[in-house]
Design a protein around this ligand. Structure first.
Ligand code: RIB
Ligand code: CA
Length: 308
């Protein structure tokens, strides 16, 4: 039995590694990749998704989605990912083009026609998914689970002192998703900051077959920012943790808790207000992950990348 998934993404080096991991894993049936504005503008995230799929050598349709948040100006993160969004390793320009049509229209058609509910893996701002649920509320019943990278509890703030980037960029979209009632797995900074691209791990990935050098180049560029910022021994491998959870949930632990999104305050915009200690009577709406076997994640990732 394979799990049908849609990857919604803003590549970004870590997004690209997540895409490679998914395409290398036979347990997953990647129905398509939808791109969103986030780390870099939409045209660039779309180009980067095409580049990544071509590097994987596994056919997978890419469609462009929303080019700005639902209710706010776009905020990008070239300071982390570089101007291309995939700085660190030069790959040829993609020879394929995005598939026809807007990503959200395709998601609506695909979910309504799917023989079984589909898992959605958002790796960037939730603009496409929030727009999807706003335009076609009926498709919520066709979504098995949303497994997203975003938010934080204890490890708050990589874009402001209160918020993680994906949620911060489009808090209104995030609020729609977190209030949708769809089963939700949240992979927050609390987990991804435990999954660090140390030199040894990156060197092992570099030796992992045909795509190893490209992935290692991306990671060595990507992790410089966090090494300097946090003084850590590597950069957090954010987005691949969502795919790793789908493949090996036993590598993670978490709690079913209530999570609300701050949308009103400028000071705490985009904060994930996670009731980790259940101090409110707000009903649980998410499996919020809190710990991870980082060595296990890297062993899985390295083994799967070597298959491409
Ligand atoms: O805060 C980390 C998240 O923001 C990751 O998904 C990264 O790719 C960026 O989108
Ligand atoms: Ca991302």
């Amino acid at each position: 039995m394979t799990t049908p998934i849609i990857i919604d993404t803003d590549p970004g080096q870590d997004d690209a590694v997540a895409i490679l991991l998914a395409l290398a894993s036979p347990e997953l049936d990647v129905l398509g990749i939808t791109t969103v504005a986030g780390n870099v503008p939409l045209a660039t995230t779309t180009r980067n998704a095409l580049t990544t799929v071509e590097l994987a050598g596994v056919p997978c349709p890419v469609r462009a989605g929303c080019d700005r948040p639902m209710a706010r100006p776009l905020r990008t993160a070239e300071h982390v990912h570089g101007e291309t969004g995939l700085d660190g390793y030069d790959l040829p320009a993609p020879t394929t083009a995005p598939a026809e049509g807007h990503a959200v229209d395709w998601m609506i058609e695909t979910l309504r026609a799917a023989p079984a509910p589909v898992t959605i893996c958002p790796l960037g701002p939730l603009t496409n998914v929030g727009t999807l649920l706003d335009r076609a509320p009926d498709v919520a019943a066709r979504i098995a689970r949303i497994v997203l990278m975003g938010g934080a509890y204890f490890e708050v703030g990589n874009i402001t002192p209160a918020a993680e980037f994906n949620i911060y960029v489009d808090p209104e979209a995030a609020e729609i998703v977190f209030r949708s009632g769809i089963p939700l797995t949240v992979v927050p900074l609390d987990v991804t900051h435990e999954v660090l691209t140390t030199t040894a791990r990156t060197d092992a990935i570099e030796a992992a077959g045909r795509v190893g050098p490209a992935v290692a180049g991306w990671l060595r560029f990507f992790d410089r920012f966090d090494r300097e910022k946090y003084g850590s021994e590597g950069g957090p491998l954010h987005d691949p943790c969502t795919i790793a959870w789908l493949l090996r949930p036993d590598l993670f632990t978490g709690r079913e808790i209530n999570v609300e999104i701050e949308t009103r305050s400028d000071l705490t915009r985009g904060m994930t207000v996670a009731d980790w200690w259940r101090v409110t009577d707000r009903a649980p709406n998410a499996l919020f992950l809190g710990d991870v076997d980082a060595d296990g994640v890297f062993a899985l990732l390295t083994e799967r990348l070597a298959r491409l």
